[in-house]
Design a binder for this molecule. Structure first.
Ligand code: MN
Length: 427
């Protein structure tokens, strides 16, 4: 692990301008895939308002010693081939980017032609899905979220008896996972609000779920479970996830097999993958686990990450958004490592690029609820906006923005905004 607690870490600076409060200082260096008209698809690393084009760096010979096993690995439409090169190359690429961007390294800093070719303004690039996601699991690992939902729908029995023994999850849909700012269309589906007769209609209870996901950076073999103490080796990095949900569709369909069309219409992820290496300095204690998990789920030490999370909601008619949630990833009950150990405990394998989302990250305080379902308590306590709008659930034209960052001193390891607008149902 990098020695990032050292004050030296905090003082490190890039020759590329990084505005105060930027999510992307030299200590972060998250990976993404962008497209630009003159370049096509490229892998890149975010620095301030710029992108360091790894494909161009490779072309310019900056990955010559040792040579990249595949010289075109940063020219692909996803990071999968790069991730498949293994942790050593994942770390080497990030370290090379860090070295070249360091204020004390002249190599790129003082070469105007190379600098022009290697840096792209983020405003001139389109962010794409960073990985091709072959499998997607959505967990349900926040105790507060599970208890809140349980209280609403099963008042006598809020937390089901299995919940504290295993990380509950379900397999989600990959084809509808979208990157960053893509707008999301209100889905239609079967709903049965009165309980008498179902109808097919646009959802009236469109919701967001504030989640953090991890991207698998090292696959496993079918039949070989990942031990919990090795699980971190399989996690490349983290993204913010908005697990859009249609609560009325979900409520009518979810028994007995769980979520289906109420979830599968869209899932948004932030386009920059913040590496687990960048977040290691922010390890934090998780909530106490009582009863003690079974041996295959037991971990020692700090199993969580201290990442501040927030959700901003802005109706079209409001001049400003409101922060409707402020939570923290450290509240999560089941850690990423426990999720991965559980997911593979039956011998199921994972592949590079797989996405596992945490489940809604609600915290203990009412201001820390990560879905409208909880914030408005199933619509009974609407959110009121300064210019008069009221929201029980999401309306067409609403913009939902999620943010996440870990901070020490002036250094912020952030994810960038995950922001999308709700479109009316298709005609
Ligand atoms: Mn979810």
């Amino acid at each position: 692990m990098p020695h990032t607690h050292h004050p030296q870490w905090e003082r490190r600076k890039s020759w590329v301008e990084v505005p105060d409060g930027s999510d992307f200082p030299i200590q972060n260096l998250p990976f993404g895939v962008f497209w630009a008209p003159d370049r096509g698809h490229r892998a890149g690393v975010a620095i301030g308002r710029q992108i360091l084009d790894l494909g161009e760096l490779a072309t310019l010979g900056y990955f010559a010693d040792p040579p990249l096993p595949d010289p075109k690995v940063f020219h692909r439409e996803s990071l999968n081939a790069f991730l498949a090169l293994g942790r050593q190359w994942q770390r080497r690429a990030r370290a090379t980017a860090g070295r070249l961007l360091d204020e004390n390294t002249a190599q790129l800093r003082d070469n105007a032609e190379h600098r022009r070719r290697a840096l792209v303004d983020q405003s001139e690039a389109e962010m794409r899905l960073p990985v091709e996601i072959g499998d997607y699991v959505d967990f349900y690992s926040s105790l507060e979220h599970a208890a809140n939902v349980g209280k609403m729908f099963r008042p006598g029995n809020p937390l089901l008896p299995n919940w504290k023994h295993l990380p509950i999850g379900y397999h989600g849909r990959c084809s509808s996972i979208v990157a960053g700012g893509a707008d999301v269309r209100r889905p239609r589906g079967q709903i049965n609000p009165s309980g008498d007769e179902p109808e097919f209609a646009p959802t009236r209870k469109l919701d967001f779920e504030l989640e953090v996901g991890f991207i698998v950076g090292k696959g496993s073999s079918l039949g070989a479970p990942i031990p919990v103490e090795e699980a971190a080796d399989h996690i490349f990095g983290l993204v913010l996830v908005n697990d859009w949900s249609a609560r009325d569709i979900q409520q009518w369909e979810y028994q007995p097999l769980g979520p289906f069309l109420g979830k599968s219409f869209a899932t948004s992820i932030s386009p920059w993958i913040v590496t687990l290496d960048a977040l290691e300095p922010f390890r934090a204690e998780g909530p106490e686990q009582d009863p003690r998990p079974l041996p295959y789920l037991r971990t020692g030490g700090k199993r969580n990450l201290d990442v501040e999370l927030s959700v901003w909601l802005q109706p079209e008619t409001e001049p400003h958004g409101l922060e409707v949630c402020r939570s923290n990833f450290r509240h999560i009950y089941w850690s990423m490592e426990q999720q991965l150990a559980h997911l593979t405990s039956n011998g199921a394998n994972v592949r590079v690029g797989d996405l596992c989302a945490s489940g809604t990250v609600s915290g203990p305080a009412p201001g820390a609820y990560g879905s409208m379902l909880e914030i408005t308590w199933n619509g009974t306590a609407p959110v009121r906006f300064p210019a008069g709008a009221e929201r029980a659930f999401l309306e067409d034209g609403d913009r939902v923005t999620m943010r996440g960052f870990a901070q020490r001193g002036s250094v912020r390891i952030g994810f960038g905004d995950l922001s999308a607008r709700v479109l009316p149902p298709a005609a």
